[in-house]
Write a protein that binds this ligand. Structure first.
Ligand code: SF4
Ligand code: SF4
Ligand code: SF4
Length: 184
């Protein structure tokens, strides 16, 4: 390789890495978690006017003005109680019918969980009204959490109460039949 080829190769590699990064961001939900019953991302961002009505109507204030001015969920401040005010107040066709599943995500508990590391803690279980987190007793040991994904509704009430931030959101598309059709 000649010396004058190096900058071009670095330039192309930079472009390649940038493309990979944006793809990763897309997969992880670059624009954050949308309100419950939100239409698919492309439909949502196409028609949402960023008026902020849903954010102001949110009962728990879990909904915030996120990237680009679009509404997104911030589980570090609150949980969603599925009151439906965000969808009810919205004047745009960006929400699906309320008899459909609210969203596709659930939670997982990382190995950094205190109980998994032998320290007594049940904060997540105490805050889960759906009883989706149960602690399994172990003879002579600390009870460890187990998540029942069928019972988890993704409300996020277990996230902010974890003292070591070991509860994370994961995607689970298995329970959603029609994630793209907005209400008409
Ligand atoms: S009320 Fe509807 S249009 Fe307004 S910001 Fe919220 S989702 Fe977008
Ligand atoms: S359903 Fe209620 S609590 Fe949940 S984001 Fe919408 S307004 Fe907020
Ligand atoms: S997200 Fe809600 S339903 Fe799911 S485990 Fe956490 S508190 Fe329970």
């Amino acid at each position: 390789m000649t010396a004058n080829m190096l900058p071009r190769r670095q330039f192309l590699r930079g472009k390649f890495l940038a493309a990979l990064q944006s793809e990763k961001e897309k997969k992880q939900g670059f624009n954050g978690i949308r309100p419950p019953w939100a239409a698919a991302e492309t439909l949502f961002t196409a028609d949402c006017t960023r008026c902020g009505d849903c954010v102001r109507a949110c009962e728990t204030q879990v909904l915030i003005v996120g990237a680009g001015g679009f509404p997104e969920i911030d589980f570090s401040r609150a949980e969603c109680n599925f009151c439906g005010r965000c969808a009810a107040v919205c004047r745009q066709p960006v929400f699906r019918p309320s008899d459909e599943p609210a969203w596709t995500h659930k939670i997982e508990i990382l190995p950094s969980c205190l109980a998994l590391r032998g320290v007594e803690c049940r904060s997540c279980e105490d805050n889960c009204e759906s009883r989706a987190i149960r602690f399994k007793r172990e003879i002579g040991g600390i009870a460890k959490p187990q998540v029942n994904l069928q019972h988890c509704n993704g409300c996020g009430a277990c996230l902010s109460v974890c003292p070591v931030s070991a509860v994370k959101i994961i995607e689970d598309f298995s329970t959603l039949d029609s994630p793209t059709a907005p209400k008409g």
